[in-house]
Design a protein around this ligand. Structure first.
Ligand SMILES: Cc1ncc(C[n+]2csc(CCOP(=O)(O)OP(=O)(O)O)c2C)c(N)n1
Ligand SMILES: [Mg+2]
Length: 800
């Protein structure tokens, strides 16, 4: 309902609408009550519900329009029901963990219930028309983790409204009229991510409506431990816009006050939508009738007075009172709506349970029948019979019960003929079931990274050597002019064209919205990128130095890396994160914490180009795909000389493909990034004494050497050294695991595989700090020499 439409409503229409709201509120409440029981009786594992928070969500839903996006948290079931994206049956399917996306559209059973999402993508990973549907970005559990992404969802409207050349992106925006709606619990506003994002949205002046659901508690911890003055809107008053400058519109309203809630939400939406001014709504006096979650009871921490107040100010009770007092309905009519809701919820729950258990029961029956058959000829018939009848007696089986039975019996009959039938059954079932839990970590669409072929950089006889940063700059220039949806933002990325001048002159040419300076706020820089990428833009978020990625890595790990996975492929954010690292000096200016990065970021590609031509080629590749990636440029490479390619914006570095940069016969050295130049130097020196090193540049850590080219190399050299500048057992341990275990390289080796890494501590300052902290050319020389010496000490006598 738009505001203008609200005026036109007759009293009768309005009555129908408010009664429908009451119905949704009752259904939602019943879902919470029954949901808790389902957990306590063991049918579901965990429940966290929206009871006590129904009314503001109904008001928010009325102001929420097609094309808008929600970025919220686990209390918002009523909102999802009110916008038509959550049925009773789906609610329970989520609670049970139904792995079929048709039944649990939120996450196909991957997330706990209460984590909401809509589908931005069809089953093939193609964009739906987001302007024709109401959208919810997929929730995550870390408190305030929804905040950074909210910034980008809102910023996208600003971009679509103000940047020329995006008119064709009609699936994503109607002239930037979309609002991004945030919701957060009062206690979660204590998180840094909340304050960082609030400040950034005020600076950017983007269309956010941020609701704080305030029930005075965060689990058991009272507001007095959470918020200065116990009042978030009070302490945010400095953000209020006034005649002296931009800021927020800040509103407060009580969560049980239905007419005022509707009024406040309509006003907030209009301000955000029309003026692109952020609004904060502090919804006070909310309750949590069943306590925080199914894990505990609130009687432990709320006193009798509070509990009594919560009963009286339960928003449903207050809503009902207001309806009756104002003649919208009678007590009897409202009671009959409530009792009908109870019946509907019970029905929906049953349907969800039946849908959840029937395919599992079919698998159970199939195995029981197979076991009966095997039992006939088996030497272990008594054993099998026992297991089969135990399995058959489970009324509500899980897949774990079925498969663990099958696998235990397989061990017993390993020497019998019939084992093949069982082994085969296990394989078939596992191959069918495992993807239900493991698909879509990466894009499975036609636009994933494997869809791109290598395009080599082209040069002609006039191609000159330039400072390598100019290759990046001119390549970005080509990309900005080719793709109007590409934009870059970061600390110092705008006006001065980044700290290493890879974006020199770009802001002047493409404007301050597409090439933007932003505040020092790494987490929300990442979030800004995630949100914009979810709305069809192609953001490049710049983190100034790799060492500061830690501030952003939480949101990369929790949000970006899990996005495709947690929606079973129904949302994506093809965000490119650009940063620079390796090989400077000092504790916070030289890091290369690759082990931490690749272990935290499965779900994001991690690319480590050794020079700027390779880096530019990665950007070109990534912009033809729909996947998120982190690109780490070499900090000490910007002023080195490289030849300027002719086909800027076109040449493509393939992802997951290694490059042999020097062939050799004696030993394979695997490395990446800045360390490669040292390896090359050491190899040259070793050649003088007849040791012929093969050097492989990994280029891409995630994914890793998809063609197993390193295996081919060690099949020839039979020796392996991995060199990087991470801590011992960091990135190098991962590389060894890939080569020895995944590629089965172990069988090709004549010498013990070795790694050469930094010291355990952070790199010390200065040239000597570097020399004594990180692998030097001498270290590399000696390590290779040592391996060769172990093999032939008469030819290579030990150095020390
Ligand atoms: C980063 C993080 N820390 C702790 C938790 C555990 N946790 C889940 S909800 C919650 C309290 C949140 O309270 P509030 O924001 O007021 O929301 P409410 O549940 O009261 O609606 C906590 C501490 C978490 N999910 N994430
Ligand atoms: Mg709370």
């Amino acid at each position: 309902m738009k505001q203008s439409e609200a005026v036109a409503l007759t009293f009768e229409d309005f009555k129908i609408e408010v009664l429908n709201d009451y119905k949704i509120a009752c259904i939602s409440r019943e879902c919470s009550l029954l949901g808790r029981r389902e957990v306590l009786t063991g049918k579901a594992k965990f429940g966290i519900f929206g009871d006590g928070k129904e009314l503001p969500q109904l008001a928010m839903a009325k102001a929420f329009q097609k094309g808008d996006f929600r970025s919220g948290y686990y209390r918002d079931q009523t909102f999802m029901m009110a916008i038509g994206h959550l049925t009773i049956q789906q609610f329970f399917a989520g609670l049970y963990g139904h792995t079929d996306i048709e039944h649990d559209p939120m996450s196909a059973g991957r997330q706990m219930g209460g984590h909401f999402a809509t589908h931005s993508l069809d089953e093939n990973g193609n964009w739906n028309d987001l302007t024709k549907q109401k959208n919810s970005s997929a929730d995550i559990s870390p408190t305030a983790g929804q905040m950074p992404r909210l910034l980008g969802l809102a910023q996208a409207s600003k971009i679509y409204r103000n940047v020329k050349g995006l008119e064709h992106k009609t699936k994503f925006s109607d002239k930037g009229n979309e609002v991004a709606w945030g919701t957060i619990g009062n206690a979660s506003t204590s998180e840094g991510l909340f304050f960082e994002t609030i400040n950034a949205a005020g600076v950017l002046q983007v269309p956010v409506v941020m609701s704080v659901w305030d029930d005075e508690y965060g689990i058991s911890v009272h507001a007095k431990h959470q918020t200065t003055k116990e009042n978030i809107s009070e302490i945010l008053k400095g953000f209020q816009r006034d005649s002296s400058g931009n800021g927020y519109e800040i509103m407060t309203v009580n969560g049980w006050d239905y007419p005022n809630l509707i009024d406040v939400y309509q006003k907030a939406a209009a301000i955000a939508r029309e003026e692109h001014v952020p609004v904060l709504i502090h919804v006070k006096e909310l309750t949590q009738p069943q306590g925080h979650s199914t894990s505990g009871s609130h009687e432990r921490y709320k006193n009798a007075e509070r509990l009594a107040w919560e009963t009286e100010f339960d928003c449903l009770k207050q809503m009902k009172k207001w309806f009756v007092e104002n003649g919208f309905s009678t007590e009897e009519t409202l009671d009959s709506i409530a009792s009908q809701a109870k019946k509907d919820v019970l029905e929906g729950k049953k349907a969800a349970w039946n849908a959840f258990v029937s395919p599992i029961k079919a698998e159970q029956l199939e195995l029981v029948n197979l076991l009966k058959e095997i039992e006939k000829t088996s030497n272990n018939s008594a054993y099998i019979e026992q297991f089969a009848s135990d399995l058959a007696s489970i009324k509500e089986p899980l897949r774990k019960d079925i498969l663990s039975t099958a696998r235990k019996i397989l061990r017993k009959i390993v020497a019998e003929n019939e084992k093949h039938k069982l082994a085969n059954w296990i394989k078939v079932v596992t191959s069918k079931v495992q993807p239900k839990f493991s698909s879509h970590l990466y894009s499975e669409s036609k636009e994933n990274i494997y869809s791109v072929n290598e395009v080599l950089p082209e040069f002609d006889k006039n191609s000159t050597e330039v400072d390598a940063r100019m290759i990046l700059r001119d390549n970005f220039d080509a990309l900005f002019s080719k793709f109007p949806e590409v934009l870059v933002f970061g600390e110092d990325a705008g006006n001065i064209g980044d700290v290493n001048q890879g974006l020199e002159g770009m802001q002047e040419k493409y404007g301050a919205l597409r090439v933007a300076d932003v505040g020092i706020r790494e987490a929300s820089i990442i979030g800004q990128g995630i949100g914009m990428a979810m709305r069809g833009l192609r953001p490049i978020a710049e983190i100034q130095y790799l060492d500061y990625l830690l501030y952003g890595i939480q949101i990369m790990s929790d949000d970006l890396a899990t996005l495709q996975y947690r929606t079973a492929g129904r949302q994506k954010a093809p965000l490119i994160i650009r940063t620079r690292g390796h090989r400077l000096e000092g504790i916070w200016h030289a890091g290369s914490p690759m082990g931490m990065i690749i272990n935290a970021l499965r779900g994001i590609h991690v690319l480590v180009p050794r020079n700027m031509t390779k880096a530019a080629g990665f950007y070109n590749t990534l912009l033809s795909t729909d996947e998120p990636a982190l690109v780490i440029e070499c900090l000490n490479g910007y002023r080195l000389k490289e030849k300027m390619p002719l086909n800027l914006g076109e040449f493509k570095t393939p992802i997951g493909i290694v490059e042999t940069i020097k062939e050799g016969r004696d030993i394979t050295v695997v490395s990446y990034g800045s360390t490669l130049r040292l390896v090359e130097q050491a190899a040259k020196e070793l050649m003088e004494i007849g040791i012929d090193v093969e050097i492989i540049d990994v280029q891409s850590l995630l994914p890793f050497d998809i063609n197993h080219d390193i295996l081919k190399s060690i099949s020839k050299t039979n020796r392996l050294l991995v060199v990087d500048e991470d801590v011992p057992g960091g990135g190098s341990a991962y590389i060894l695991q890939q080569i020895l275990e995944v590629q089965k390289g172990y069988f090709q080796l004549d010498s013990q595989p070795k790694t050469l890494t930094s010291q355990e501590h952070r790199p010390s300052y200065g040239t000597d700090g570097d020399y004594f902290s990180k692998p030097s050319a001498e270290d590399i020389y000696e390590k290779i020499y040592e391996i060769m010496s172990e093999d032939n000490s008469s030819k290579y006598p030990s150095l020390y």
